[in-house]
Design a protein around this ligand. Sequence first.
Ligand code: ADP
Length: 464
Amino acid sequence: MSSGAPTPKVPNPVRQFIDDETGTSNVRLLRSFRAQLTALYLAFFSLLFVLFSIFLYGELSRSLTARLDNTLASEADTAAVLFPDELQEMHGDAPAAAREVVMELKVHGDFVTIREGSHVLAASPNFAPDPRDRSAARTVQAAGRTYHIAVSAPLDSIHAELAVVRRAIFIALPLILALAGLGGYVLATRGLRPLGWMADQARRITGSNLDTRIQIDNAAEELSVLVTSFNELLARLDQSFDTMRRFVADASHELRTPIAVIRGEADVALSQERSPAEYRESLAVVLDEARRLSRLVDDLLNLARADAGHVTLQTQDFYLNELLAECCRSVQGLAITRGLALECLPGDDLQFTGDEQLLRRLVINLLDNAIRYTPSGGKVSATLQTGATSVQLRVSDTGIGIAPADAARVFERFYRAGEARSRQDGGFGLGLAIVRWVAESHRGAVECTSTSGHGSTFTVTLPK
Ligand code: ADP
């Protein structure tokens, strides 16, 4: 098969249900569900009806046969009582006595035979014995002789009654099945109706009204579970969409400022002839903003990749204490410029497995913040502590601190505590979001304790 050949479309009812925009497939699927439910209901009901009919027919047949047997037995008993009396009355004339008994029992319509040995003394007229007949036999001793009395009846009457029942069943069967099918169809339609409503409401939900929730009044328990799960899914989607929207809006907002500065600076520089010193000054501003811009774009890209799950940690073994010492060295110049004391306590050799680049980023972000938000004369310290199962990296400062209301939110993207203050310092509000992401991607966590005006401590806990 050529690789370019179009893949045949395999009809999938569930996909159709979700994909179809016109909604006709939903209806078709519901109908087929309805048909399936009706067919199942009908098949089950037919089976029940057939089994019940077989049981009823069998029971009726057994009870009719038992009733006939009882009748024959009681007639045979009557004959056995009558015969000796008649024999006495007839002065021992057995054939005459037998005839008299047969005559008396004739009213019942059954066949009576009275024999002495193999000799038939009397028998009902038109008697044609059939091995399938039901019969009852009695042996009578009278005047020193032995007589055999047999009363029998054909099964025809029972067969006739059973035939009536059979006919009734065959006439009733299609009628009952038709009614059952109709009932099943109505029940299935009623049962599936809320699903149709759900589908209708779901179809009306788009990216712009994700806050809508599906509502089904008086829904059955199973359906409420479905509705609740669906609504929870919508809530999660709504939240993700909201975060995404906010992220895009904040990112565009942040991008606008440096771009505006670059444009403004270029406009001013080009508006008239300038001295080389003025051009250099303008270019320095442009370069500074361009650096900020590229830092922002890098941060955004990192976070976007992290969101998309595209970042794979480049894990390797390295010494975490060395990493901390290197980071401290790289910000030492900045700390001195700001008039701060930087204390670095990396501790003993501590081998660690993780993404060195990302962890370096984490430490630099924390140190950078500590230096930026600590006024001149303050102190910034970085320590590394090893526990039994985890490592704690702590960056403290004696800076401006964070108000309790802000402390909970500083790890959010683009969140700045004291908007004007931070903006002036040049932060985008992404540094701590990246810190949290790096910590969490190493199965660790970060927390912040701070007292407004007295400094902050950021503690990153990483499993060993
Ligand atoms: P930014 O780039 O604005 O510094 P961050 O995500 O690194 O963004 O920090 C978010 C906010 O948290 C900052 O705007 C600042 O208000 C506050 N913050 C972070 N670190 C400190 C600190 N060491 N001392 C005081 N405030 C801090």
